[in-house]
Design a protein around this ligand. Structure first.
Ligand code: ATP
Ligand code: MG
Length: 157
């Protein structure tokens, strides 16, 4: 099923000039970009976004990190993209993330981790609603969609 995922290229990735390289990975994989905005995320929104972690000891530092400088927020779309992108991102911190993943290749911090991707289709829906208005999401076709998303080649007639 076609899914959408919320991606945040976080303040550390913007400051470290990694925006282009991270977008290249998502583009190269064949995901479809349907919305984007560059902003310093207000504290109120970050608190809502990480509400599930509000009682954890890292909540306050995580909010401080996410509000410290601008981020690039995007919605990407493809069948099964929520899990696919989480696998591309890798585990929470670069020092332990697998090489080949975004966090594994571009960072080694135990505090800053470059990118957020929704962890389920349900949280993607909530996160997209939190950060984007419906009219900020663009509906269009990718001209190479049959090559990107076909499941098998039809037999010759
Ligand atoms: P994200 O939700 O940002 O994609 P994640 O799903 O890999 O990251 P979560 O468990 O949802 O990880 O944690 C949310 C954020 O809180 C992390 O991205 C990180 O910035 C921070 N965080 C998580 N665990 C820790 C920890 N043990 N120590 C410090 N910060 C942490
Ligand atoms: Mg998470």
């Amino acid at each position: 099923m076609t899914e959408r995922t919320l991606i945040i290229i976080k303040p550390d990735a913007v400051q470290r000039h990694l925006v282009g390289q991270i977008i290249s990975r998502l583009e190269g994989k064949g995901l479809k970009l349907v919305a984007a905005k560059f902003m310093q995320i207000p504290e109120k929104l970050v608190r809502q976004h990480y509400a599930a972690h509000k009682d954890k000891p890292f909540f306050a530092p995580a909010v401080k990190f996410m509000t410290s400088a601008p981020s690039l927020l995007m919605i990407w779309e493809a069948e099964g993209c929520v899990d696919m992108v989480r696998r591309m991102i890798g585990s929470t911190f670069g020092y332990e993330a697998q090489p080949g993943t975004i966090r594994g290749d571009f960072g080694c911090s135990q505090r800053y981790n470059l990118i957020h991707g929704s962890d389920s289709p349900e949280s993607a829906r909530d996160e997209i609603e939190l950060f984007f208005e419906p009219d900020e999401i663009v509906d269009y076709e990718l001209s190479d969609a049959p090559w990107l998303y076909s499941k098998r080649i039809s037999p010759k007639k």
